[in-house]
Write a protein that binds this ligand. Sequence first.
Ligand code: FES
Length: 109
Amino acid sequence: MPTITVNLEEGDKTIEAAHGVKLVLALEDAGIDISHRCGGYGKCTTCACEISTGEPATKTQAEIDKGFDKGRLSCQILVENDMTVKPLMRVRDMNWDAPGNRPQDQITP
Ligand code: FES
C-alpha cells in the first residue's frame, strides 16, 4: 500500500493509499481539502500538486492537452508508489465553499 507524504501549510501529513487509486481521491478521502472544480476531467487545474518524489513518468492525454506546467493534475494520476506531494489550490486557500463535484474512480475523460 503506497504511502503519500502530503506537504501542507500546517505540517506534513502521511497517508496510506490503495494501490491504483486516483491521487485526488486519496487526498480528499484522507481529509485534505484539495480542489477539483471540473470534477476530475483535466480541465480546471485546481487539483494540481507539486510532486517532489514518486512522480509518474507518463501523463494522460488530457494532462498533455492542458499543458499545465506548474505541477501535475492529481485527477489524472493513479497512485502506484510512494509519493511526496503538495496540493497547490486547497479549498480554504481559494475561499471556495466546496471543492467541486467528486471525481469518478477511474481516469476521465
Ligand atoms: S483538472 Fe479539474 S479536477 Fe483535475
